[in-house]
Design a protein around this ligand. Structure first.
Ligand SMILES: Nc1ncnc2c1ncn2[C@@H]1O[C@H](COP(=O)(O)OS(=O)(=O)O)[C@@H](OP(=O)(O)O)[C@H]1O
Length: 458
């Protein structure tokens, strides 16, 4: 994106948002001082000549750097603040740029399907089901995926994501990828290096109570949970089992905050909650809610300009009831307060999710959810014999990965599927690891893609 000379409206609009972000990050008194010493640029429409987004951000960061020096903020603290500022500034400018193009929608209200997509695959949130939808969408259209190096299924998780972890990534103005959706600890600036500029960012959040119950069962054998006798034992003795730098600690406290790249051990204060909300909503175009999965799929297909068929899916990575646990009210409350940051994030985005449904129209939503369920029932009749325990699966190549004390269910397909349906049915129930392998193999044989990063190309 190149900012146009004399586009003072654009800069004034961004100025207000940048001012807001900076005041959240640095505190309002800091910003007032900053303005008072005249170090920050003003919204007068003359200071900024034609420049690229990067140059524009560079100037803002330089100004913030000077002012933080004046305010005696140095070293790690300064680097952290400037890092956060850069991330958020970039996103604001990208959003403005996107909005100015009406987000792919033409004036007549029709739209072109998004094909540049980033999905932050949070843990134990139904994210494997979403990933399967993205895999099939891309697979069918021969789109390219950003996969982890060395055939891994995660981007060096739990380390922060780096573009170095992407197979075949070459730094520059070229992005080779349409879709990125494997587990990572999010870092916007690095994802932004890899994906095209007009990428649609979305993620999914789940009620932290059911998420932690799921996480405990799935990760029971490793690190942080391994010595706890039960989830209740873990919660009662969290200070004994949990260390903020301990092995696999990420699965045990504020897992969604961790995956988002935010601080899961941060203090519980209104200011911190707000900062987290703002950061997430600035970066992500859409936040889905697991607990309203079908409503989420409808909002997703609308935001991506896809069809209901495109988001049709069967739940994947589900546990057998025998490994699910009903939690007492006391345990639920303990989980809530132990995961206070995740809880606040969830409550906020649950609220904004329903605001978005209101904007979409409650009746229209209800109609489309019903239609989606009808379609799912039909396709289930065509494809599935049933969802079964892993040892009862007929085709072992479709068996999902098993972990901890969780028993992850799989699907048996109907025995004599028509050839025309077979591949689609198989792909709908192919677990994450197997599907990743197939896509990596397919991509290794395909041509080199180059999607110009700076311009919007579909
Ligand atoms: N469609 C739909 N609706 C509601 N819930 C769903 C759906 N699909 C998957 N799930 C539930 O999500 C849990 C698995 O999450 P993930 O796939 O993100 O797990 S993982 O981190 O990739 O291992 C797992 O939760 P638990 O069963 O509680 O463990 C799944 O049952």
């Amino acid at each position: 994106m190149v900012l146009k000379q004399g586009s003072s409206d654009f800069r004034c609009l961004n100025f207000k948002k940048v001012f807001f972000v900076v005041s959240l990050l640095f505190g309002i008194s800091f910003v007032t001082r900053m303005l008072a010493v005249g170090e920050f640029w003003r919204c007068n429409g003359h200071l900024l000549p034609t420049q690229t987004t990067q140059q524009y951000i560079g100037k803002l960061l330089q100004a913030l750097h000077n002012v933080s020096q004046l305010n005696n903020i140095h070293g790690t603290e300064q680097r952290e603040l400037l890092g956060k500022s850069e991330l958020i500034l970039k996103r604001i400018l990208d959003l403005e740029d996107k909005k100015s193009k009406e987000n792919g929608k033409t004036v007549k209200g029709s739209c072109t399907p998004h094909r540049h997509i980033f999905f932050l695959k949070t843990h134990k949130t139904g994210s494997s089901t979403i990933m399967n939808i993205l895999f099939r969408f891309g697979d069918l259209r021969n789109l390219s995926f950003a996969h982890p190096t060395n055939g891994n299924s995660q981007f060096n998780y739990p380390s922060y994501f780096s573009s170095r972890f992407v197979d075949g990534f070459v730094p520059g103005n070229c992005s080779m990828f349409h879709i990125m959706c494997q587990h990572m600890r999010f870092q916007f600036t690095e994802v932004d290096n890899v994906m095209p500029r007009d990428t649609f960012y979305f993620t999914i959040l789940r009620n932290p109570i059911s998420q932690m119950e799921s996480s405990f069962s799935y990760y029971k054998s490793i690190g942080v949970f391994s010595k706890a006798k039960s989830l209740e034992d873990f919660l009662h003795n969290a200070s004994k089992y949990y260390e903020s730098k301990g092995l696999s600690r990420n699965y045990a406290k504020n897992l969604m905050m961790f995956d988002m790249g935010l601080n899961p051990d941060g203090i519980s204060s209104n200011k911190n909650f707000q900062l987290n909300w703002r950061t997430v909503e600035t970066i992500f175009d859409l936040v889905l809610i697991t607990d309203y999965f079908d409503e989420s799929l409808v909002l997703l297909k609308d935001a991506l300009c896809w069809t209901l068929e495109d988001v049709l899916s069967f739940p994947l990575n589900t546990r057998s009831n025998s490994t699910k646990k009903n939690l007492s009210k006391e345990t639920q409350d303990m989980i809530k307060s132990w995961n206070e940051l995740d809880w606040q994030l969830y409550v906020y985005f649950n609220h904004s999710f329903w605001n978005r449904v209101d904007m979409y129209g409650r009746e229209k939503m209800q109609r489309e959810v019903e239609e989606l369920r009808k379609l799912r029932a039909q396709i289930s009749m065509t494809c599935l014999e049933g969802e079964v325990d892993p040892e009862k699966m007929q085709d072992k190549s479709l068996k999902p990965y098993q972990s901890g004390i969780a028993r992850i269910l799989g699907y048996n397909l109907k025995p004599a599927l028509e050839q025309s349906n077979k591949l689609m049915c198989q792909r709908m129930v192919t677990p994450e690891l197997q599907y990743t392998k197939l896509l990596v193999q397919k991509q290794s044989k395909s041509k080199y893609y180059c999607i110009e990063k700076k311009e919007s190309i579909t």
